[in-house]
Design a protein around this ligand. Structure first.
Ligand code: ADP
Ligand code: MG
Length: 162
């Protein structure tokens, strides 16, 4: 399947490893081989694109003036087994490039995956893992800022108010 990859699912609980405490919370999504067969087929690694969130009206991070159902944010996404944590099931986790003041579990998230950043790696230390993820975030921001990607934003439903 060619880019962009797209999916919609509700945010589920992850492995509870405290990614949030490390400053890099990841919104986990269900990996359903029937609904999203491409997740099993693409290389494990880090991807970038846009996430669109249907934040409920009461959510503190929802723009007050907006009545749009979905709101768009840039994101980095990990697909794979996270060798550092020795997972046996493939996971799909999205770090949204926005500082939220409240969680958004169970909220519908639409993803538009535009490109591949790097393959999955194992790490000697948690610090080395965090350092690489922060670099991935910079790569994603840098890529999405390029003129070339501007039209892609229109492919994901939502208002670009962030
Ligand atoms: P879990 O193990 O349940 O996935 P995490 O520590 O990875 O826990 O935190 C993920 C949760 O944090 C998400 O489900 C979401 O509700 C919330 N969250 C807050 N800010 C962000 C963000 N910038 N990106 C992703 N998730 C976020
Ligand atoms: Mg997580």
């Amino acid at each position: 399947t060619p880019y962009p990859y797209q999916m919609e699912a509700k945010v589920i609980s992850g492995f509870g490893r405290g990614s949030k405490e490390l400053g890099i919370p990841t919104a986990n999504l269900p990996v359903d081989d029937a609904l999203t067969p491409w997740i099993a087929a693409i290389p494990s690694g880090v991807y970038f694109g846009y996430a669109s969130l249907a934040l409920p009206p009461a959510h503190p991070d929802r723009p007050a003036a907006s009545d749009a159902a979905f709101h768009i944010f840039p994101m980095v996404m990990s697909i794979g087994y996270n060798p550092f944590y020795k997972n046996t099931v493939r996971s799909a986790e999205v770090h949204v490039l926005h500082k939220f003041t409240a969680d958004f579990y169970d909220v519908p998230m639409r993803l538009l995956i535009l490109g591949f950043i790097r393959e999955e790696k194992d790490y000697k230390s948690l610090d080395a893992l965090i350092e690489d993820i922060n670099f991935d975030c910079d790569v994603a921001r840098g890529s999405l800022a390029r003129e070339h990607w501007a039209p892609a934003k229109g492919l994901v439903v939502g208002s670009p108010d962030v």
